[in-house]
Design a protein around this ligand. Structure first.
Ligand code: DSN
Length: 443
């Protein structure tokens, strides 16, 4: 991001012209302010919180002013159930063009044969893929939640675990890293109809060719859920699963830096069943404003600046991991190859909930997270998950990552210390002020 003009990399237009000459940061709410002061005050409060905290939750990021502009538009007013040229509603001429634009950009960005840009979230995207290819009770092999996977990869509390027969594969107990020979053995035991590769808290690059080979050997379909690392793939900072998988799902609000939502990519032979599975299978009307914002995001991801951003996300995560390890922190798998990492809290004698709350007070947002063999509970695990996407969007680089590593370890070593907490709060606030957000309140 350029802190000077408030744009994010790839956002080539002027952000918004309004009542403050020379200030083109995004001003979300002059009309809300005029209509609903109570809600406007809450928007201000959340902007203050975002401005004044270091956001290290790896699934969060900053959408550009251009993305927010498209999202907050009159496209919100349109129903468009169906797909371009095959709608259940009249008046879809323009929405058709918007959806086609977004689909074409997604195909171009990822080199995919087909794209569906309608899913409202990663969960809906995975649900639609399962429904397009599986029958209830079919066997699926996925990474369980406590191994780094996601709720929709077969958790018993999710529709995925209730409708389909998921079996887990495991990371190595010694290293925390996936052993593809072990995954292959599990696949031969389970003989699944589908294999799901993907994670929400695994800090390593997945071996997509090996997953594809295993899927072929057991005659299974391969779904790669790249919700977390899609932006790194888009920016050329991570290998792409697209050539290897039958289906790829991604969310648009994480490393892609777009609006809340998701996209499904698939081989041409699955296009029809995926489209029908999204609507009417698991969703009603798509969100035209969301699809337009996804189109803007995809345009930004196609710009050279986004490649710089994606590389910096990975470099920043590596610098943060280095800084943490140099100060004695233990990271699962020993480090990171992507945008995220998990700190083992056991050496500090701490649990995730207390750490998350103390960090909140010190102006650093993280989330408590399980990791394999940790011994904690899902609600109070023994790890915290950190990531670099959002602070990288603010313009921070390796020196700031090292500074943040120092703040994190200082807090972990003295979680209850009032003076430490206050000192960290002061230094996190100073970093936030040096790297402002591209938004502003109207006040
Ligand atoms: N809840 C998201 C995350 O934080 O990783 C995944 O859906």
């Amino acid at each position: 991001m350029s802190p000077v003009d408030g744009r994010l990399p790839g956002d080539s237009g002027t952000a918004v012209a309004d009542d403050r000459p020379g200030d083109d940061r995004f001003n979300a709410k002059p009309f809300v302010r005029a209509t609903d002061p109570e809600l406007a005050a809450l928007l201000d409060a959340e902007l203050d919180r975002q401005e004044q905290t270091l956001e290290l939750i790896p699934s969060e990021n900053l959408a550009s002013p251009a993305v927010l502009d498209a999202l907050g538009s009159w496209l919100n007013n349109k129903y468009a159930e169906g797909t371009p040229g095959k709608r259940y509603y009249g008046g879809c001429q323009v929405v058709d063009q918007i959806e086609i634009l977004a689909r074409d950009r997604a195909k171009e960005l990822f080199g995919a044969e087909h794209a569906n840009v309608q899913p409202h979230s990663g969960t809906q995207a995975n649900m639609a893929v399962y429904q397009s290819a599986l029958e209830p009770g079919d066997r699926v092999l996925g990474m369980a939640l406590d191994q780094g996977g996601h709720l929709t990869h077969g958790s018993p509390v999710s529709f995925s675990g209730k409708i389909y027969h998921f079996e887990p594969y495991f990371v190595s107990e010694e290293t925390g890293v996936l052993d593809m020979d072990a995954v292959r053995r599990r696949a031969l035991e389970v003989m699944p109809k589908m294999i799901v590769a993907g994670y929400s808290s695994y800090p390593r690059i997945l071996d997509f060719p090996a997953f594809a080979e295993i899927a072929k050997e057991v005659n299974a379909l391969l779904l790669v859920d790249m919700a977390h690392f899609a932006g790194l793939v888009a920016g050329g900072a991570h290998p792409s699963p697209v050539p290897h998988a039958d289906f790829v799902t991604l969310t648009t609000h994480k490393t892609m830096r777009g609006p809340w939502g998701a996209i499904i990519l698939c081989k041409a032979q699955h296009a029809d069943s995926v489209d029908k599975s999204v609507v009417p299978g698991v969703q009603g009307g798509p969100h035209p404003h969301g699809m337009a914002a996804k189109a803007v995001m995809l345009h930004q991801c196609l710009q050279p600046e986004f490649r710089t951003y994606a590389r910096q996300v990975v470099a920043n995560a590596a610098a943060l991991a280095r800084g943490l390890r140099a100060r004695g922190a233990v990271l699962t798998t020993g480090g990171t190859e992507n945008h995220l990492m998990v700190i083992d809290l056991r050496p500090y004698g701490l649990r995730g909930r207390a750490v998350q709350a103390a960090f909140d007070e010190a102006g650093i947002t993280v989330n408590a997270n399980t990791f394999p063999g940790h011994g904690g509970t899902p609600f109070n695990p023994n790890g915290i998950r950190l990531g670099s996407p959002s602070v990288t969007s603010r313009g921070m680089q390796e020196p700031e990552m090292d500074e943040i590593a120092g703040l994190i370890v200082a807090l972990l070593e003295d979680l209850e210390g009032r003076a430490t907490r206050e000192s960290v709060r002061g230094r996190s606030l100073d970093l936030c002020r040096r790297f402002p957000l591209p938004y502003r309140s109207a006040a």
